[in-house]
Design a binder for this molecule. Sequence first.
Ligand code: GRG
Length: 278
Amino acid sequence: MLEQLQKEKQLFESYLEQSTQNITHDRLKQSMSYSLSNGGKRVRPLLIFETLRLFQENIRMVYPIAAAIEYIHTYSLIHDDLPAMDNDDYRRGQLTNHKQFDETTAILAGDALLTHAFGLIGESELSAEQKVTLMNALVQFSGGNGMIGGQMYDMFGQGKEIDLIHVKYTHELKTAALLRFCVKAACVVANVGEEVMSKLDQFAVHFGLAFQIHNDIKDVLQDEVLEKSTYVKLLGKEGAIQALENEMNCAKLMLLEIEQNNTTIKATQLEQFLNFLN
Ligand code: GRG
C-alpha cells in the first residue's frame, strides 16, 4: 500500500476505535470492537478518502461516513461467518466473532453495527440533504437490492447450475455495491456532477468485480473447496485470471476517460486501489 494511504489508515483507526465507546453493554461493545479492529484492510474507507482527495476536500469530514461503511462491511462478515451461512471458525487469521464470543452475541453485534452505521451518518457534520442522500444510498447499496440481495443469490445459488451472467450479477451486488457506495459518498460530499460520478461508479463496479474474482482465485490457490459458483469454477483458473485482467483494464479506462474529459481531476490516482489485487 502506498505510504499516503497507510498514514490515512492509521488516523482513521483511532477514530474507529473510539466510535463504539458509547455502547453501554460491555460484552456487546467488546464483540463489535473485536471484529472492527482485528486487521481489516479498510479498502472501503480508503476509497472514500482517495476519491474525495481528487476533489481537494477535507478528509476528516467524512470519517463518520467511512466508519459507517466499515460498520456495514464488518457486520456482513460477522453474519457471513455464522453457522447458518458460511460456518467459518477463522477470519483474518483469528477466531470468528461467534467463536470468540457466542452466536447470540455475534448476531447482536452485527445488528448493532448495522444500526449504528446510520447513526454515524446522522451525527456527521454534513448538510441535512447530504445525510439523507447518503442514508438512501446506503440502503440502496447494502440492502435487499444490494449486498444482502447478493448474499441471497450466493447462498441459494449453491449446488445449482449457474451461468456467468448470474455469477457476475451476484458479485456486483455482494461485493461491488459497497464500493459503489464509497465513490458515491465522496461525490455527494464534494458535489461532483453526474458525468464524473457515473464514470466513478463504473470504476467501482469493475474494481468490485476484480476484487471478487481475485478473492476467488486466492481461495483456489489455498485449496479451499469450491462449492459456490465463481468465475474460477465457470472459467477455470486461467479464464478467471483473464477476466480479472479485463475488469482491471476496464476500471483503469474509466479513470482515464475522466481525466481526458476533465483535465483538473487526477482520477488515475485511484489506480493505486488495483494494487490491493496483487
Ligand atoms: C451476511 C448480509 C451478509 C452479507 C455477506 C461480505 C459478504 C456478504 C460475504 C463475505 C464473503 C465474501 C468473500 C464477500 C465478498 C466481499 C469480500 C471480498 C469481502 C472481504 O473484503 P476485504 O478483503 O476484507 O475488504 P477485510 O478483511 O480486509 O476487511
